[in-house]
Design a protein around this ligand. Structure first.
Ligand code: A5P
Length: 234
């Protein structure tokens, strides 16, 4: 539904995406996020590249790599470029401390690696994604290895979550890395760091969609404006 006028948030996403694309300067190494808002951002970057901007993009998913390539952008893998100036990506929830839930689009492990590689991590969202507490409107996606997925889900459930294996077209959803995703319904979280540490400690878990103390900038698209929220990277 990218850029689709039937998407009520399309204009808000576009504002945030266009603003973020202007943050890229000549010669930068830029992590390219995944999802519908990131797709708009990559298209805006392609527009700037046609105007002469030179940069190298490091994609967070096969889908965004394919898009970037089809638009004629120069891309590299994170192993070719393990240190980035800036990563720009979408999110599913943002709390007042700029902690995030990510991964509803299915690319969370690669997104977290590419985000960690960047000096600055800019998030582009529409206003609907702002929450007081993470877990309010979105489950927490957790990427797990297929072997023993039921066992791993039982372990996650013991932490107080309700895990549901993600299904696409009647089949288990498989990430670019060959893993499953379980969407963990938790409700508004009082202590996301504690849950993040507990989930991460489980055997079978590859990564979770809680991105805590990582975003340095959040660009929020509204119908008429953007707001830019910032924090120092810890
Ligand atoms: C991809 O797995 C996600 O982390 C996306 O960045 C997130 O779901 C936001 O996607 P939209 O921009 O499509 O809402």
């Amino acid at each position: 539904m990218t850029g689709d006028i039937r998407d009520p948030a399309a204009a808000m996403k576009q504002r945030a995406a266009s603003y973020a694309a202007e943050m890229v300067q000549d010669g930068m190494l830029v992590g390219l996020g995944s999802g519908s808002t990131s797709t708009l951002m990559v298209r805006a970057l392609a527009e700037r590249a046609r105007g002469g901007l030179g940069f190298i993009g490091v994609p967070t998913s096969e889908a965004i790599a394919n898009l970037a390539t089809s638009l004629g952008l120069q891309i590299a893998s994170i192993d070719d470029q393990p240190r980035l100036d800036l990563t720009i990506d979408g999110a599913d929830e943002v709390d007042p401390q700029l902690n995030l839930v990510k991964g509803l689009g299915g690319a969370l492990l690669r997104e977290k690696i590419v985000a960690s590689a960047a000096s600055r991590f800019a998030i582009i969202v529409d206003e609907r994604k702002l929450v007081q507490r993470l877990g309010t409107r979105s489950p927490i996606p957790v990427e797990i290895v297929p072997f023993g997925w039921r066992r791993t889900s039982i372990e996650i459930e013991a932490l107080g979550a309700r895990p549901e294996r993600r299904v696409l077209d009647g089949q288990p959803y498989v990430t670019d890395g060959g893993h499953y995703i379980v969407d963990c319904h938790v409700g508004p979280l009082e202590d996301p760091a504690r849950l993040a540490a507990s989930i991460k400690a489980l055997t079978g878990v590859v990564e979770h969609g809680l991105f805590l103390s990582m975003a340095t900038t959040v660009i929020v698209g509204y119908a008429e404006r953007v707001d830019v929220l910032t924090r120092e990277r810890s």
